[in-house]
Design a protein around this ligand. Sequence first.
Ligand SMILES: Cc1cc2nc3c(=O)[nH]c(=O)nc-3n(C[C@H](O)[C@H](O)[C@H](O)COP(=O)(O)OP(=O)(O)OC[C@H]3O[C@@H](n4cnc5c(N)ncnc54)[C@H](O)[C@@H]3O)c2cc1C
Length: 366
Amino acid sequence: MKCEVNAAILPDTKEIEALTPGVCPVDWAKGCVEKAREENCGKNVMCRDGMTQLLAILSDLVRGKGESEDLELLRDLAQVISTSPGCGLAAKAAGNLLYSLDRYPEIWESHLRRKRCPAGVCEALAAQSAQREKRRERKRDRKLDADIIVVAAGLSGLTAATQAAENGAKVLVFEKSSTTGGAANMGMAFFAVESKYQRDQMYEWTRDQAFNEFMEYTHWKADAKLVRRWFNMSADTVEWVESFGVEFLGAYKYFKDSHLTQHMIKIPGATKPAERQASRMVKLMTDYATELGVDFRFRTPVKRLLTGEKGQVIGVVAAGEDGVEREYYSDAVIVGTGGIGNNVEMIKQHLGWTWGKDMFTFRIPA
Ligand SMILES: Cc1cc2nc3c(=O)[nH]c(=O)nc-3n(C[C@H](O)[C@H](O)[C@H](O)COP(=O)(O)OP(=O)(O)OC[C@H]3O[C@@H](n4cnc5c(N)ncnc54)[C@H](O)[C@@H]3O)c2cc1C
């Protein structure tokens, strides 16, 4: 599909050939992508959805929310977009972004790692460093129950708690049921790409191929940054869980024509996959987290979040086994209470479907 908007509406790279006071090459590239996203005719997936993905990453970067893989991901996405046919506008915006990345790597790094905009243009970064100082002051005055409170001990909450404790944080977990693991106790395996098991089985499928296939399959609607991070970390995650005793049977297919990505967790003595074997990983991770000092409070549902003067989350209210609600304070709160698959009203509200009429899924309580 040919683009109907003239790419000349975007500035040329000569605008940032030399650094001008008051111009930030990161903000400049973001401006180009933003304009392409606003003005595109919407006929081409690269301008419509590709620009949205680039903008999400760039917006995080100028707000101090950039993550370590962001620059590599921006470069990869921009390269794909700048060479794909059909939309000159998207290609030029992506080309401008690549030019800025190549010419001013240290300025991009400064935004990413030091959360500083050398030109002082990206105001959110300056405001953030002032806020950080204020937070440090507040922390000195407040009594905290933990560095991090994790709401729920399903696999997401349990993993977050374990990793945080491994990084040295004091962690408090509230779980409404009497055990850890949530739905993962019914699982068998988890996804990974470029793992040592795939290498041993001579299965060649790279994280880049996986990423491109996934984004194409989801019509570029999935969160590119999250998908990239997941795929990049998946092989290390296999080795991380092995570090506290998890064993694998190997990498398997999920269905007949799928890739060999399902890393089957091994129950001691087993030689082939068995139902609910992922509960073995849940148990080992829970033991490891407990050893690291994670404080699990079972049968203690969190009722609401506590917020400070500016709306920032400062803790939770949880109801103990005696039914009494108490306040708990921490530096950060991670919520991992599962999906909305068992909530008919929320399915309707967020997806527009009526469960049992035009949507039929498992209804596993979270
Ligand atoms: C039958 C089945 C088989 C599956 N097999 C696989 C597989 O082989 N591989 C795979 O990758 N995925 C599999 N999945 C999917 C996978 O298990 C889930 O995506 C994953 O476990 C979700 O983890 P979670 O922590 O986000 O949520 P959940 O597992 O739903 O955990 C949510 C937790 O939140 C707690 N909670 C909720 N509200 C509160 C509150 N207010 N306060 C405190 N606690 C609260 C719940 O008690 C629960 O423990 C399977 C799912 C099912 C149902």
